[in-house]
Ligand binder design. Structure first.
Ligand code: ZN
Length: 416
């Protein structure tokens, strides 16, 4: 990838420098009244005051944030590419050669690059990746269930809720960061969510939050629908989805792009879902291709955002998941905790101890306020409940304004 197209171009620096010169100029003009021939104490105080202004202005956070989740995509594929133990199963005999041709490499690094080229050719060179357990970097969910609604609640509220113990579309009693941000003056009407799964209007509590959410098989219905958005509405009724409650991610991506062009939200949440559903079907080839498509979709969103004045060099990106999956060739398609198999997921009760590994997750981030520490080499232990605070903090708020009893921000934010 051409580094010149990267986000850290001179624009943000010139923005900062302009503010610096403006402050310096104002500082001089106001701090040197004609009747004061020498620097008085008063003048020194003014200079200090304007210096402080400069500091505050130049340390401003990026205005925009895009949070993307890829449902149940394992860290194993993200950090190592396709897994031989799964692909070697008899059931994938026919497809193996094609997949090896598409996604193979000489080592884990080149395999993962083929599977998720945006993540490894762009994001990894500028941002941060957490969750490669081979390097001692660990991240997991803190909720006791290891499936989607409890995971998305934890992701978006910063706290596990033991009462959210099913995937039923029950309105979330907890306030998400999206709902909270939409109440802050500078983000009012500038927050939107898009999801492939039809439970998101409940997870984000559309009834209470009033947020624009397009999820499941909902048509786009916002003001100023483009021809493309209308075309997507039509196609969505004509192309069958493999699942009754999850649409293909291409629609979620398409609607997100059209909404960005029409309404320029400052905070976007995009939830992709194909990976999880293909995995549940035991379809490893499509799970892999779903991961590859998710990577391409995120690349498209990033390219679109960087082509627009509002977002260019002024947007942070976070990518993560709601849960992991089983860590073996026998269990990769499932996810559930020991507690979940005794309750909502009792269809998996033959796994008395739950699905080992399904609590293991990962996160990737980049943008003007994200540290460029590349793939975390340090032994670390982070959790999903830290993402909400990280997101709020990346927008320049103290996360404790949102909530005080949630996971702390991940140490990936640049000092401002
Ligand atoms: Zn699932």
């Amino acid at each position: 990838m051409d580094r010149s197209s990267s986000y850290s171009c001179p624009k943000s620096k010139s923005r900062v420098l302009n503010k610096f010169f403006l402050c310096a100029l104002l500082g001089r003009a106001y701090a040197r009244p004609f009747f004061l021939p020498n620097k008085s104490e008063f003048e020194m105080k003014l200079i200090f005051f304007f210096g402080l202004c400069c500091f505050v202005l130049t340390s401003k956070a990026a205005d925009n944030l895009i949070l993307v989740s890829i449902d149940g995509l394992r860290w194993q594929e993200v950090f190592q590419g396709y897994q031989d133990d799964v692909l070697d199963l008899e059931t994938f005999k026919e497809q193996k050669a094609g997949l090896v041709k598409q996604f193979s490499g000489t080592n884990a690094e080149s395999k993962r690059q083929k599977l998720m080229p945006f993540l490894w050719n762009v994001l990894a060179k500028e941002g941060v990746l957490i969750g490669n357990r081979k390097l001692g970097s660990q991240m997991q969910v803190t909720n006791g269930y290891w499936f989607s609604y409890p995971g998305y609640n934890e992701l978006l509220t910063g706290k596990a809720d033991p009462n959210i113990d099913s995937n039923k579309a029950i309105d979330n009693p907890n306030v998400t960061i999206l709902e909270w941000l939409n109440k802050q003056s500078q983000y009012q009407g500038k927050v939107a969510a898009f999801g492939s799964w039809d439970v998101f209007p409940a997870i984000i509590n559309r009834t209470r939050s009033g947020l624009p959410i397009n999820a499941g098989f909902e048509s786009a219905d916002w003001a100023g629908l483009s021809d493309k958005a209308q075309w997507l509405n039509t196609l969505q009724t004509q192309i069958p989805s493999p699942w009754h409650n999850v649409r293909l991610d291409a629609f979620t991506l398409g609607f997100t792009k059209e909404y960005i062009l029409a309404h320029q939200p400052k905070v976007m949440y995009v939830s992709l879902g194909e990976t999880d559903d293909f995995a549940h079907q035991g379809n490893y080839p499509e799970y892999l291709r779903g991961a590859n498509r998710a990577d391409k979709f995120i690349a498209q969103l990033w390219t679109l955002l960087q082509s627009m004045e509002q977002y260019q060099n002024n947007t942070n990106l976070i990518i993560t998941v709601d849960h992991g999956r089983g860590d073996s060739a026998q269990s990769w398609q499932h996810h559930a905790s020991p507690k979940a198999v005794k309750g909502y997921l009792n269809g998996l009760k033959q796994y008395q101890d739950g699905i080992p590994g399904a609590d293991q997750i990962w996160l990737a981030a980049m943008g003007p306020d994200v540290k460029g520490s590349v793939e975390s080499q340090q032994t670390s232990d982070f959790s999903l409940d830290q993402v909400a605070a990280t997101a709020v903090q990346l927008l320049g708020f103290d996360y404790q304004q949102f909530a005080t009893d949630i996971g702390q921000p991940l140490p990936i934010i640049k000092q401002r």
